[in-house]
Ligand binder design. Structure first.
Ligand code: SF4
Length: 756
C-alpha cells in the first residue's frame, strides 16, 4: 500500500494538515487535471490536531498548480528593456555576489534590501536573517507579513510583553462568546470558522458577535452583526469598555494582581458614552449594549481578528484596545478565552519566530536590544557590533528608499509586491528605478518578474522539506514529495550558497535542512517561543507540536504571589502538565519585566484618508474564499478561478441609484493615487458610503482592476503596517472612451510582461 506524505496546506495561517498521494496508485486510474496532466492527490490529514481532516477548496486543489508556469532556470538581463537570457546557477549567483560586494563597498550594507514572504519555511527565514542581519550587517530584511499582521505583533508585545497568540484552536470549541472583529473568517480562514460555527450551532447559549462594515458570510452567521463605519473600531471597543466599567462587569482582582496601566484606560473610556459611540460607528445603542452585555456575562470570551484591525494607520492601537477588554474582564489564560489573532500567510508565525521582520532577530529578539544583538552575534560567530542597532526598512520604506536612489540591490523572494503593495503606481515607478533587482520565485511570469534583472527559480511547497508554524503555535514538518522542476532550488539553499561565496563558509556549512532547523531552535532556548525541544526527527516521529517546547519540559510554578494566580494555576496545572504549550499565560504571569499585562487607552483617530466632497466614498479591500493573495497559484487552478472569474466592486443600491450605476456595469474608481475599473455588484451587503473591492487581481489576470492602484501607504507608526483597508475614492460610471483608454494602458503593461 502507498503511504501518503504528511504535509501542511501552503495557503493560509490556519495550517491544515494534508496527506498527499501520488497521481498513480496501484490498481487505480491515474488522477489527472482537466488538461490531462497527472496530479498528486490531496486530502485532509485526520491525525493533524489543528484541522482534524478538514480542508477547504484551496487546500484540496493546491496540487493542480504545481506544474504550471514554473520558472525552470536562472535568467539574467542588464536592463528592464532587454529580454532575459538563460544562464547557469554559477553565473547568476556570481553576478549577485559581485553586486553585493560592489554595493557594500560603495554605498554600504544598508543599500542592500531583501523582501521575503510568509510562504518561506522557517529554515528559509532563518538563513536569510543570518545572511542579511548577521553576515552583511544590514537589518533591511522585511516580509509581506508586514502587510498582514505586524500590528498584531506590536499589540501583543506592548500589551503582553511578547509576541505569540495565547490561544489554541480548542478554544473555538469551548468559548461562550466569540467576538470576531476585522476578520471575514468564513472566507479567509474557513476551517477555523467551520469549527467555531459547529460549536455555535450545537450550543444555543453560545454567542457569536461579528464586527465588520460588510455583511460578509461570517457576519451572516452572527447573532449580532455590528456593521460599523470603517475606522471606528477603537470607538466601538472603548464604548464596550465604557459599559463594562459602568455596569461593574469587570474583574477587579485580575486588574489589581495581573495588570498595570488601568488608569490610562480610565482616562479614555469616560469619553465613549453609548450615544457618542453609536453615532460615530453608525450602529444602534441597543446593539452596542447587547455586545457589551454578552461580553460581560460570558464566562469565556474569545476574540478573533485579522487584517481588518491590523491593516490600519492605528493598527497597534486597535489590537491593544481589543486586548484591553480581555484584561478588563480577566478573559485570558483560560480555556475558551483570550485574544487570538489569525495569521494570513502559512508561515507568518515562523517568520516572527525566526526574526523575519526588519526590527526582529531570531527567538523573539529585537535588533535595538544590545543584549539580544550580542547573544545572536556570539551564536553566529560574528564580531561584536556586526548586527546593526537600528531596525531596517519596513516593506514600504524599501519602496521609498528605492525612490531616493538609496538601494543598490533589491532582492524579492516568494512574493508579488507589484500586486500586493499599496499605491501601485508609486511602487512600480520605484521598482523601475532599482538598479539591480533579484526575483526569486517558483512561478513565471508574475507581475513582479517584469521588474527583475535576475530571475532565480525556487523550489516551492512539496519540493523541499521544512517547518511551518500555524496560528495556534503548532509546528509542522512539511515533507517533500516531488522533485523540484528544472533547476529550481530551495530558498535556504540559494541564500546559503550566496553566503558561502561571500566568504562566510563557517556560518553556512549546512548539509541538510534539518541541520538548519537544529541551529535555529538553539536560538529560541529560554525565549518565549522556546522550540529547543523540537527537531525534524521528533516532528516526523510525533507529528505536529505546539511551542513553547523546551528541551526539558518541567512545569514552572507562578513566580508572583497572589491567591488568585495560585488558585488558577493549581486548577489548570494538571491539564497544562499534559500539554504545556496549549495556552499561554495560564499562570497569569505575562512576559513583561514585572509579569503584569499592560493596559493602554487610546482615542480613535479614524482613517488616515477620510472621505471628502472630491472623494466621497471609503474603499475597503479584502479577500475571497477561493483565491489566495495575488493568484500566483489559485489563478492557475481552473476550479478556484471559476469560483471567482472576475473582479468587482460592491456598492450599496442607494449609492448606485444616485450615480446611475447598474448591476454588472463597469465603474471607474479613482483615488488620489490611481484608478481602476470594476463591474458593479449592487448589494445591501455593503453600507452606503462604503465600497468593497477584492485585492486578488493584478495585470496578469484582469485589465485595469488592481485594488492597490487606489490604496495609500499611510501606516501605523508602531507596526509600520499600511492602511490597506481604507482610502477615499470617487466613482464614475465608465463610458466607452474611458474603458478603451484603460485597455490601451493595460495592453502596454501586458506587452511589457510578454516581452520577457
Ligand atoms: S483553511 Fe487555510 S490552511 Fe486550511 S485548507 Fe483552507 S487555505 Fe489551507
Amino acid at each position: 500500500m502507498t503511504e501518503p506524505t504528511k504535509t501542511l496546506c501552503p495557503y493560509c495561517g490556519v495550517g491544515c494538515g494534508l496527506e498527499v498521494l501520488p497521481p498513480a496508485l496501484p490498481g487505480k486510474a491515474v488522477n489527472r487535471d482537466k488538461e490531462g496532466y497527472p496530479i498528486w492527490q490531496v486530502r485532509g490529514d485526520r491525525a493533524h490536531p489543528s484541522s482534524q481532516g478538514m480542508v477547504c477548496v484551496k487546500g484540496a486543489t493546491v496540487a493542480e498548480s504545481l506544474h504550471k508556469d514554473r520558472l525552470l532556470h536562472p535568467m539574467l538581463r542588464d536592463s528592464l528593456d532587454e529580454p532575459f537570457r538563460r544562464v547557469s546557477w554559477d553565473e547568476a549567483l556570481q553576478r549577485i555576489v559581485d553586486r553585493i560586494q560592489t554595493v557594500r563597498f560603495t554605498q554600504g550594507a544598508d543599500a542592500i534590501c531583501m523582501y521575503g514572504s510568509g510562504q518561506f519555511n522557517t529554515e528559509d527565514y532563518y538563513i536569510a536573517q543570518k545572511l542579511l542581519k548577521g553576515c552583511l550587517g544590514t537589518n533591511n530584511f522585511d516580509a509581506n507579513s508586514r502587510l498582514c499582521m505586524s500590528s498584531a505583533v506590536s499589540g501583543y508585545i506592548q500589551s503582553l510583553g511578547s509576541d505569540g497568540p495565547p490561544c489554541c484552536y480548542e478554544d473555538l470549541d469551548l468559548t461562550d462568546c466569540a467576538f470576531l472583529i476585522g476578520t471575514n473568517t468564513a472566507e479567509c480562514h474557513p476551517i477555523i470558522f467551520n469549527r467555531l460555527r459547529k460549536h455555535h450551532k450545537k450550543h444555543s447559549q453560545v454567542r457569536l458577535i461579528v464586527v465588520d462594515p460588510r455583511r460578509t458570510e461570517t457576519a451572516q452567521a452572527a447573532d449580532l452583526h455590528l456593521a460599523i463605519r470603517p475606522g471606528t473600531d477603537i470607538d466601538l471597543l472603548n464604548g464596550i469598555a465604557h459599559l463594562l466599567v459602568r455596569w461593574g462587569d469587570i474583574h477587579p482582582e485580575f486588574i489589581e494582581e495581573c495588570t498595570t496601566g488601568f488608569a490610562s484606560l480610565m482616562e479614555v473610556v469616560p469619553h465613549y458614552s453609548p450615544e457618542i459611540v453609536a453615532d460615530r460607528c453608525g450602529i444602534s445603542v441597543e446593539d452596542l449594549e447587547t455586545a457589551a452585555r454578552w461580553w460581560g456575562e460570558s464566562q469565556r470570551v474569545l476574540s478573533l481578528w485579522s487584517m481588518g484591525l491590523n491593516q490600519s494607520s492605528e493598527g497597534t492601537a486597535k489590537t491593544r484596545s481589543l486586548i484591553n477588554l480581555h484584561l478588563l474582564t480577566g478573559q485570558i489564560g483560560k480555556p475558551g478565552a483570550g485574544p487570538f489573532s489569525l495569521t494570513g500567510q502559512p508561515n507568518a508565525m515562523g517568520g516572527r519566530e525566526a526574526g523575519g521582520l526588519s526590527h526582529l532577530l531570531p527567538g523573539y529578539r529585537f535588533v535595538n536590544n544590545p543584549e539580544h544583538r550580542a547573544e545572536v552575534e556570539q551564536f553566529w560567530g560574528l564580531e561584536p557590533g556586526q548586527i546593526a542597532a537600528q531596525p531596517g526598512y519596513s516593506a514600504w520604506e524599501m519602496i521609498t528608499a528605492l525612490e531616493r536612489g538609496e538601494v543598490g540591490l533589491f532582492w524579492i523572494a516568494a512574493t508579488n509586491p507589484v500586486v500586493s503593495m499599496p499605491d501601485l503606481v508609486r511602487t512600480k515607478a520605484a521598482l523601475r528605478r532599482s538598479p539591480f533587482t533579484v526575483y526569486q520565485d517558483a512561478y513565471y511570469p508574475t507581475e513582479t518578474s517584469a521588474y527583475a534583472h535576475v530571475l532565480l527559480p525556487a523550489a516551492q511547497w512539496s519540493e523541499a522539506p521544512g517547518v511551518v508554524t500555524n496560528s495556534e503555535r503548532r509546528v509542522t514538518l512539511c515533507n517533500q514529495f516531488r522533485t523540484p522542476p528544472g533547476e529550481a532550488r530551495p530558498d535556504w539553499v540559494i541564500f546559503a550558497e550566496v553566503g558561502r561565496r561571500l566568504g562566510f563558509r563557517k556560518q553556512f556549512a549546512f548539509n541538510a535542512v534539518g541541520e538548519v532547523f537544529d541551529e535555529f531552535v538553539q536560538l529560541t532556548r529560554d525565549r518565549p517561543c522556546d522550540m529547543s525541544g523540537l527537531s525534524h526527527d521528533r516532528l516526523q516521529r510525533e507529528g505536529p507540536l505546539q511551542w513553547p517546547c523546551p528541551e526539558t519540559e518541567t512545569p514552572v510554578p507562578p513566580q508572583a504571589t497572589g491567591l488568585n494566580r495560585w488558585l488558577r494555576w493549581l486548577l489548570h496545572r494538571n491539564e497544562e502538565q499534559q500539554q504545556p504549550a496549549k495556552r499561554l499565560y495560564t499562570d497569569l504571569r505575562f512576559n513583561t519585566p514585572d509579569g503584569r499585562a499592560r493596559f493602554q487607552g487610546y482615542h480613535s483617530r479614524g482613517v488616515a484618508e477620510p472621505p471628502d466632497p472630491d472623494f466621497p466614498f471609503v474603499l475597503t479591500t479584502g479577500r475571497l474564499y477561493g483565491h489566495w493573495h495575488t493568484q500566483t497559484r489559485t489563478g492557475r487552478i481552473p476550479k478556484t478561478r471559476q469560483m471567482h472569474p472576475e473582479p468587482f466592486i460592491e456598492i450599496h443600491p442607494r449609492d448606485a441609484e444616485k450615480l446611475g450605476i447598474e448591476q454588472n456595469k463597469p465603474v471607474n474608481v479613482r483615488s488620489r493615487r490611481g484608478s481602476a475599473c470594476f463591474k458593479a455588484k449592487v448589494t445591501t451587503a455593503i453600507a452606503p458610503g462604503t465600497v468593497f473591492v477584492p485585492m486578488h487581481w493584478g495585470t496578469l489576470w484582469a485589465e485595469n482592476a488592481e485594488a492597490n492602484a487606489l490604496t495609500h501607504p499611510e501606516a501605523c507608526p508602531d507596526s509600520k503596517q499600511p492602511e490597506l483597508k481604507a482610502c477615499a475614492v470617487q466613482l464614475v460610471l465608465a463610458d466607452v472612451k474611458q474603458a478603451e483608454t484603460a485597455k490601451v494602458e493595460e495592453r502596454s503593461g501586458k506587452l511589457e510582461t510578454a516581452s520577457l
